[in-house]
Write a protein that binds this ligand. Structure first.
Ligand code: KIV
Length: 278
């Protein structure tokens, strides 16, 4: 098919810029030996900032359910809500790869429904790939999505969507199961894999066993890359798990700034003449 004439394209294609991170370029970072930095974002202003800061990938994570929507776990967020937030991120990012979490239970209802849900994400958001939790149990679904041209990032180790089955967010230590899951997801066609909350030594073995990049969260330094929740990095969430490192304390800065504003409004020092129209 002939590509559309430039003057017909209202929005430049996602892959238009030579600097744009694509799925194949992302997957090749492992062979190049370049560590991968990924972070979550859920809206336009933060997505622009993290893209400009130089991350390799932005994850529109279902952690949004907790850090943005205030739920106690990741189960309540809906496909419509993921699409709504992924649209904002998709509009903001023009350099990094953008991956969107498939919410619970959108990929547990058979391959056709999974393709429908993931297809919506790709059609409506300008994002490039989806992520889903699970290894061997999701291998058929991953293969069906990949066959449909939908790039899949797998997620092994701790799957937060299984919180009730696991009885909490616990470190996963079953090496044989984790290796089996990771191999099954990679063989099914996943282009990369998040490893969450597993001992560093197991993550190192998984990373060595796979040709695709592993992105760790609470999985140690041997992973090919790292991912963290943006609100944890920025100090916008309450005390996080052990694996979180805070690089800023924005909660204090925001509270301080809003306190200053309230007090100036109340004592009449804001606004002044410089904020007025003549
Ligand atoms: O939803 C999310 O933020 C995630 C990361 C924790 C990997 O899945």
């Amino acid at each position: 098919m002939k590509p559309p004439a430039a003057d017909h394209a209202a929005t430049p294609p996602v892959t238009a810029s030579p600097q744009r991170m694509t799925v194949p370029k992302f997957a090749a970072l492992k062979q190049a030996g370049r560590k991968i930095a990924m972070v979550t974002a859920y809206d336009y202003p933060f997505a622009r900032l993290v893209d400009a800061a130089g991350v390799d990938a932005v994850l529109v994570g279902d952690s949004m359910s907790m850090v943005v929507q205030g739920h106690e776990n990741t189960l309540p967020v809906t496909l419509d809500e993921m699409v709504y937030h992924a649209e904002m991120v998709g509009r903001a990012v023009d350099r990094a790869l953008v991956v969107v979490d498939m919410p619970f239970p959108s990929y547990h209802l058979g391959a056709a429904k999974a393709i429908e849900a993931a297809g919506r994400i790709l059609k409506e958001t300008r994002c490039q790939a989806v992520k889903l939790e699970g290894g061997a149990a999701q291998a058929d679904t991953i293969a069906a999505l990949v066959k449909a041209g939908i790039p899949v990032m797998a997620h092994c180790g701790l799957g937060p969507q299984s919180v009730h089955q696991l009885g909490g967010y616990r470190v996963q230590r079953d090496e044989a199961r984790i290796l089996h899951d990771a191999r099954a997801a990679a063989e099914a066609g996943a282009f990369a894999m998040v490893l969450e909350c597993i001992p560093a030594a197991i993550a190192e073995k998984v990373t060595a066993a796979l040709a695709i990049p592993t992105i760790g969260i609470g999985a140690g330094a041997a992973c090919d890359g790292q991912v963290l929740v943006l609100h944890d990095i920025l100090g916008l969430s309450s005390e996080g798990p052990k694996f979180v490192k805070r690089y800023a304390n924005l909660a204090d800065s925001v509270t301080e700034a809003v306190r200053g504003y309230c007090s100036e409004v109340r004592d009449g020092t804001f606004p002044t003449a410089e904020h007025e129209y003549k």
